[in-house]
Design a binder for this molecule. Sequence first.
Ligand SMILES: *[C@@H]1O[C@H](CO)[C@@H](O)[C@H](O)[C@H]1NC(C)=O
Ligand SMILES: *[C@@H]1O[C@H](CO)[C@@H](O)[C@H](O)[C@H]1NC(C)=O
Ligand SMILES: *[C@@H]1O[C@H](CO)[C@@H](O)[C@H](O)[C@H]1NC(C)=O
Ligand SMILES: *[C@@H]1O[C@H](CO)[C@@H](O)[C@H](O)[C@H]1NC(C)=O
Ligand SMILES: *[C@@H]1O[C@H](CO)[C@@H](O)[C@H](O)[C@H]1NC(C)=O
Ligand SMILES: *[C@@H]1O[C@H](CO)[C@@H](O)[C@H](O)[C@H]1NC(C)=O
Ligand SMILES: *[C@@H]1O[C@H](CO)[C@@H](O)[C@H](O)[C@H]1NC(C)=O
Length: 900
Amino acid sequence: MKLSLIPVGIVLGLWSALINAVSYDNAFNVNKELIHYNYYKFSHSNSFEVIDSSNIIGYNLLNQFININVTSGDINWLIQDTTEFNQFVIIGSNVYLYSDFSHTINIVELKTGILIRSIEVIQPITKVINFFNKGLLVVQSDGTLHFINDRRQSQIHLDYSIKSEFVYQQLNGFMYIITYNGHLIKLNSNYQIVNQFDLSANKLSQFKDFILITDSNQIYKLVESGETFDVKSISSSFQNVKIISPTYFYNTESNNKVNIYTIKNNKLESVWDNEFKGSEITNVELTPFALSDYLIVTKANGSKQVFDLTDLLIIDDPYSIKEIKVKSDLLSIPGTVDFIISSSDDIPHLITINDALDGAIYDINDGSLVQTIVHSTSQFLPIDASTVSLIVDKPSSKQAINQVNHLLNEGTNIILWNWVKRTYRHLGELGKYFTSFVSSSSTPTGSEDDIGDLEDDFGFVKYVIFYDQISKALLAINSKNGEVEWKSYTKDIPQKLLQINGNIIVVSNDSVLELDPLDGIVLSTKPITGGKEVIKVQAGEEESYIVETEQSFESISSYTQDIYLFKSNEDKIEGHKLIKGSTKSIATWNFIPQQDETIITAIAKDVESSTVSVGIPLANKSILYKYLNPNVIAVVTKSHDQVLKIYLIDGITGNLLSVFEHTNNEIIDFTSINIIIDDNWVIYTYFIKSPRLEQRINVIDLFDSNKSIKKSGNDLISSFTHNSTINSYSKKSFAFPERIINLSSTKSEYGITLKSILVLTESGYLMEIPKYILNSRRIDNRPLVPDDYISDFKVSPYEPIINLNTLAILNHKHKLILNQNEKGTILIKPTHFESTSVLCYLNKFNYYCGLVQPSKSFDTLGHGFERVKLLGTIVALFAVYIVTKPFVSKKRLNDQWLYS
Ligand SMILES: *[C@@H]1O[C@H](CO)[C@@H](O)[C@H](O)[C@H]1NC(C)=O
Ligand SMILES: *[C@@H]1O[C@H](CO)[C@@H](O)[C@H](O)[C@H]1NC(C)=O
Ligand SMILES: *[C@@H]1O[C@H](CO)[C@@H](O)[C@H](O)[C@H]1NC(C)=O
Ligand SMILES: *[C@@H]1O[C@H](CO)[C@@H](O)[C@H](O)[C@H]1NC(C)=O
Ligand SMILES: *[C@@H]1O[C@H](CO)[C@@H](O)[C@H](O)[C@H]1NC(C)=O
Ligand SMILES: *[C@@H]1O[C@H](CO)[C@@H](O)[C@H](O)[C@H]1NC(C)=O
Ligand SMILES: *[C@@H]1O[C@H](CO)[C@@H](O)[C@H](O)[C@H]1NC(C)=O
């Protein structure tokens, strides 16, 4: 009996291990990446146009020209930095972007946003007209007329210049333009002049279907007979009348009545009117669509009525006007604009939408609501993402916390009950596993709920916290599904976010708030006075924040060990010490660079970064110890003659550890410098402007030769209390194919995983460069020998240029949007899998989260993991065990006979 219980236990144990082994694909779902592009809102209500329910295009407040899917709110495409344009015209399958008084017209494809052609005109553009959907007629500031499309650009030679305002109509294949002073120009559809004529007309405001309306509301008819034109008066001054057709007109009367007129006996006569009770009319608009004409009436409270004039224009019967009441109780949205579009089944739809993409779609036949559109809520605008942002582990739910407390508080008599519960849970998981196992053959990813709990357990879900300028609140966004987990309204705009003892610290100009990461509820508020900056200080287990004042650092509570800090400005670095038990620091050392140098930046090691390897074992069995002083400060300076210098200083003593000086052969763009210091290395990047444009990455690896000399000592990690200098280092310079905007390095839970360097490039890619590529010990003066492979991890001959194929692009599917002012921030937080960290990027334009695995996934199961084979093997081994067991025990018995 006992015989088979043990293997059964083993098999069950293995099974439950299998259940818990999270497959990498499952753990972060099918979408291992999350991207959210922001569009904020259109510049104003005239800056966008709806083409159909999948395409709304226009200029937004982020200086982009965008095409958004109205139904889903997703961005179809966007063009960055369109500050030079503010107008557009849709012509056929292209969009022409231009602006008044600019010299450039860009033609992009409507479907893809791809630039087809950029056209320069000599004189500034004053007006453009869509010419029979073939191209643009462009009036330039000198009064010349040009035809421009994606293939052609030609001037139309006129007898008169079109210097001031003009009106035009396009009818029966001809275009008629009448200038302010009565010159008429008739063009055919090949933009050739057919006729030019001098009319004696007053200043015109409307021209449609051969009807002319002057600025003073007089109505005329234009009569064309052969080569000559004539104007005939129809009616004398008539208030604010607008043209529907050659025979029908409309106007609005005292904000609550709409009239339709026709011409009788050379006079306008009302044939239809509609009085609107209650709310005032704010807008009446004639919108032609296909072969129909609709009059859309908008009232002050946002309700809309649509009148279908199609039959009136055909059968001349005012009673044929159809009134469509749209279900308007949803429409208290301000600033909406109306468009009529054709739906997929060719029913005309009325879409009424505002600049923030809130609105509704109605069926125009019966006014029924097809869909409400609410996209403004999905938009957010992080304020200064580089300081006011934070990534934290998803907090445990209140329920889980209660459970833990409950268990701790219960006595021992509960143990059996817990055992039952745990067994029950495990059996449940077993069942769940089998069902997911069965279903996974048809749907390889399994269902989301099954793995939801597991993900939480393994720390794949993080919250990204930032201040949103639209809702004026702190938001916590789930890194896996992009959902807003909580919103916390703060009185002041935060200047900085920190995480201390699990809680979120919100630093604003005069106060410090402490928030619960679970729900954003304010736990405490403390005033700060005279503080320049608030920084997080971690000393062993103790964590708290320290306020940097003009002279010193002040902590809110005292520490049980000495804390070393530094201040820096352009001229000097000042070391401070906060002696244990005290709350105010004292200045200890000063570092002043040479006279002509200014300090560009000074950084210290990230306390959250950990390393377990203290040295590199060499082929000759000695160890090359890393210089792992946790208090190193790297200082970058620029001298008068533009020379870059890196100083390494000991943060405790202020001693100069080493200096790395560049020569002045290269002209460096000092605004492009990024530097990180981690493990035993310093990596900095800079762009050089001369002798050629090039992005450089420099690597300095620091070693502790003193330690290596007296390697017999049992103090493995030096305490760095002595005044050491760095006397052993190696450095190399690399060229990188793209301009680097920001730099970071990966972190993992225990620091076992290899480090990778993350670079954010100008073109919007986050790339991972393994540290073994950026290795200063790569050999450049001789061929590699077998010992070299033993002495360093993945060593390769030195190549000055980093090839793109050695890099991993983390966001290969989703390019990030950034520019000079919106460089954004890279946020990294390890998961509970040593191999994997969550990586997020955030700025005004977009928000991205994904995973980074510098040593690939050594502790998670890949998609190709063969559970069936493993299970089969276990079962087979078990069978063999059962079968051989009697033989083995018999053999043992025999052995005992033999030896006893
Ligand atoms: C727009 O979004 C809707 C709903 O998500 C989708 O059905 C449609 O295919 C999208 N249109 C385009 C052009 O992608
Ligand atoms: C607007 O006012 C009209 C009456 O003029 C009323 O029928 C309609 O329900 C109101 N709509 C809204 C959204 O309040
Ligand atoms: C906070 O202080 C900074 C500089 O001290 C200042 O630029 C900023 O306007 C202040 N913000 C608020 C909200 O008072
Ligand atoms: C081992 O090799 C390194 C260089 O590869 C050298 O610096 C060191 O002195 C050697 N150690 C011994 C014990 O030979
Ligand atoms: C090694 O460290 C000692 C102090 O522990 C120091 O006196 C000595 O100069 C150091 N040697 C080198 C080569 O840095
Ligand atoms: C380090 O050097 C400073 C002066 O540079 C000296 O005051 C201090 O005592 C030295 N510390 C040790 C441990 O040698
Ligand atoms: C790079 O990113 C860090 C942290 O994300 C940020 O503090 C820093 O300002 C960024 N640097 C640049 C040049 O944007």
